[in-house]
Design a protein around this ligand. Structure first.
Ligand SMILES: NC(=O)c1ccc[n+]([C@@H]2O[C@H](COP(=O)([O-])OP(=O)(O)OC[C@H]3O[C@@H](n4cnc5c(N)ncnc54)[C@H](OP(=O)(O)O)[C@@H]3O)[C@@H](O)[C@H]2O)c1
Length: 229
């Protein structure tokens, strides 16, 4: 069998970029999506160039660009085995903070964008009996005061379970990855002492993906040891 193919949204940075490196080490060919094409091209070159990794500009809120991400996997590599809907960003807590435009972009990216990734990838994943992963959050399990960002991650938590139930019996596995605080550009500065590294989440992703086909790891919640809530 040809080497399996792994799509990642939000692959230009943080958890997505770290997962791309771990997946490449595990023998996957990669299709890397985000808006920063320069960063994606640099990463694709690091991961072995056009034979091993494709860089595709993809704003996840754009249906055509999401379809192009999957088309690249199918046309360049001939298959799709894993799709990781990971792109997202946050907002300051407080319903009087940030701007309405920031809220709109965040809701569209974190919720609509994740749903579009599922929609674009499902036909190919059904064909390969592949694996769908979503990046939720610990904040998709509890509601911090004034956090609309948390509300978007509650939606992603629900999306993971909704997709799992829809795909039951199809052979497609679904994993919701729920990180606690990870030191990535998501934050302006390192959030807490002892925060997770992006690699810590990438290893969790690869654990789920690496299980035998009859094992479906539905949720992985990973906090730093020093994070209370
Ligand atoms: N860091 C944490 O503590 C933490 C905790 C829980 C959950 N998460 C979640 O983890 C995921 C990854 O975040 P991270 O921590 O790795 O932060 P990050 O380093 O800032 O990465 C975010 C990624 O999302 C991409 N992105 C943002 N908007 C996009 C859009 N409209 N279309 C396509 N790509 C977009 C960014 O790329 P471009 O700007 O190049 O498009 C970047 O690659 C997010 O869903 C985040 O909510 C993070």
């Amino acid at each position: 069998m040809a080497d399996p193919v792994f799509i990642i949204t939000g692959a230009s940075s943080g958890i997505g970029a770290a997962t791309a490196r771990h997946a490449a080490d595990a023998g996957y060919r990669l299709v890397l999506g985000a808006r920063s094409l320069d960063k994606l091209e640099q990463l694709a070159s690091e991961l072995g160039g056009p034979e091993r990794a494709a860089a595709v500009r993809c704003d996840v809120t754009d249906w055509g660009e999401q379809q192009a991400l999957v088309s690249t996997a199918m046309e360049r590599f001939g298959r799709l085995d894993v799709a990781f809907a990971n792109a997202g960003f946050g907002a300051k807590r407080g319903f009087l903070k940030e701007t309405p435009e920031h809220w709109r972009d965040m809701v569209l990216t974190n919720v609509y964008g994740a749903a579009l990734t599922i929609r674009a990838a499902l036909p190919a994943l059904s064909e390969s009996k592949g694996h769908l992963l979503l990046t939720g959050s610990v904040a998709g399990r509890r509601a911090p005061p004034g956090s609309l960002s948390s509300c978007t991650k509650w939606a992603v938590t629900a999306m993971g379970e909704a997709a799992r139930q829809e795909l039951d019996g199809s052979g497609v596995r679904v994993t919701l990855v729920e990180p606690g605080m990870v030191a990535t550009p998501f934050f302006d500065s390192v959030p807490i002492d002892g925060a997770l590294e992006a690699d810590d989440i990438a290893r969790a992703v690869m654990y789920a993906v690496g299980q035998p086909p009859h094992v479906d790891v539905n949720e992985i919640l990973v906090r730093p040891t020093a994070q209370g809530v």
